[in-house]
Design a protein around this ligand. Structure first.
Ligand code: SME
Length: 161
């Protein structure tokens, strides 16, 4: 399994997501252990795209998200509903693309190197948000609707775990 998600050079961003999903769907399909699935998803995304920080915040109760599996540096362990980019994505139930984290009211800075961010809600099969996938970049405006489409497809694969 070493470097199973290392993608070939020279692909466009859309092609990278396409290729990633070809590898990821069969890989994650049979996994029923949620923690194992989320941990491997963070590792696979990190290996394929080299994201600065990629991980999950899990819905702990009506009010709080708790830090879940991630790849990157130490991050804040709890986020309140409606706070920061993650808490906003959870509350609104929609993907948030933040081209400049300093311009996002209430952004929670876990790393001063983080410049832009995308957060995608993860829903269960009843449509309830159970977690969010948070990805940070050290470059400004690094995420667009191609990332949104690709990462929402990843979220869809995690519906049953
Ligand atoms: N920036 C996030 C907090 C989590 S860290 O980026 C890992 C936010 O504003 O919700």
């Amino acid at each position: 399994m070493e470097q199973a998600f290392k993608l070939e050079q020279g692909l466009t961003k859309a092609e990278r997501y396409e290729r990633f999903l070809e590898l990821f769907k069969p890989f994650i399909e049979g996994e029923t252990d949620r923690l194992a699935a989320l941990a491997n998803t963070a590792a696979a995304l990190h290996e394929a795209f080299g994201f600065f920080w990629v991980g999950f915040y899990l819905v702990a109760n009506d009010e709080w998200l708790s830090l879940g599996p991630f790849q990157g540096s130490v991050a804040c362990s709890r986020i309140r509903k409606g706070r920061g980019v993650c808490g906003t994505a959870w509350q609104i139930g929609e993907t948030q693309i933040v081209p400049d984290v300093d311009a996002f009211p209430g952004h929670i800075a876990c790393s001063s190197q983080s410049r832009s961010e995308i957060v995608v809600p993860i829903r269960d099969s009843q449509g309830r948000v159970t977690a969010v996938l948070d990805i940070d970049s050290d470059k400004p405006a690094d995420f667009d609707t191609t990332d949104q489409k690709g990462l929402e497809a990843v979220a869809e694969c995690l519906k049953k775990v």
